[in-house]
Write a protein that binds this ligand. Sequence first.
Ligand SMILES: *Cc1c(COP(=O)(O)O)cnc(C)c1O
Length: 427
Amino acid sequence: MTSTNQTLFDKSQELIPGGVNSPVRAFRSVGGTPIFFKKGLGSKLWDVDGKEYIDYINSWGPMIVGHAHPTVIKAVQEAAANSLSFGAPTGLELEMAQLINKLVPSMEQVRLNSSGTEATMSAIRTARGFTGRDKIVKFEGCYHGHSDGLLVKAGSGLLTFGEPDSGGVPASVAAHTLTLEYNNTQQLKDLFDKTGDEVACVIIEPVVGNMNLIVPHMEFLQTLRELCTKHGAVLIFDEVMTGFRVALGGAQALYNIKPDMTTLGKVIGGGLPVGAFGGRKDIMQCLAPVGKVYQAGTLSGNPVAVTAGLKTLELIQAPDFHAKLTAQTQKLVDGLKAAAKEAGVIFNAQSVGGMFGLYFCEKCPTSYHEMLQSNKEHFNQFFHSMLDSGIYLGPSAFEAGFVSAAHTDEDIANTVAAAKKVFSLIK
Ligand SMILES: *Cc1c(COP(=O)(O)O)cnc(C)c1O
């Protein structure tokens, strides 16, 4: 019998490249047919055939209070009734700016847009405008959206210039982007020794969630902060994923490091399209209409999207929200580790706040290079068997997982019980 998922996927591929509107959704890394969903509530999802899943993707992070939270839905419905868009300022945008500034104080000024990609792209342009420099530095395995200058890999001369990591990106654009190894403090020092005064900005995921979960070494982040200050380079924390998720104030609060600029997305829209970038006032004053760096958006600060974000941010300020989310995520990680150990499978896992990483290798990786040691066949087996058991994990060994406040003890127990059976089949 052909599933509705299969039918929809077959038809979608005729009209949409790969059948999807964002590549990872196509299941290319794990093989098989992607699941088409029709409903979510709390920690659960239902696909087009009515099968129920416990959701550990949470739309890649935004659904931190769970799907279809009644408070968020009600506020969105009320906002929608007052028009979907004005293309003119609203009080909601001021409310959002005030809230961002309160929760992430390093963001002295902020501008809203509609995605993480826009936020990072515009933050980099602003940093370039501020410094009058062209070079940017990023780290291998970090993802900052799909703008040209960020789809770049390390070139042969590591400290000299980058090469395109996607078709359609001009080599001349990629050449301005230098890519270093995450957590490699020596490489960072070497680069700044050589060309630090030409660096406009360094952009980093302060906890990486785009090559599975990678935790930063404190010394690495501290050195990065010192070197940027010394050389006048703008330090951008890309907290599109970590913002409001690893802690209420993001990774910068967790590690007590103050970046010059921050980018936000995902949780800040609560499931609707909102992005934000902001930081030091002297830097943000470079933006039009005050300064000469151009940036704009027809739907930027959209009232319905901002309302979903504001309500979500209101809910996550509840006392102990992040302590509970962190504990629940850790419970999942501990349960999975114990289950793997019992089955004799080489596996490790860790979490930061409401994000977790699963690795089919001995130690938790600290770089992209180490992440490549994770056994991909074992992950794929695990992924598909868990999916059959109604547990929806990210469809690639290189994705982090997400827990929401709606995940109950029973959800965690059921997930661990399913994993016990699945681990026993992995050989
Ligand atoms: C998801 C993500 C982005 C891109 O955000 P979009 O809203 O998908 O454009 C950028 N940076 C990080 C760290 C992300 O996780």
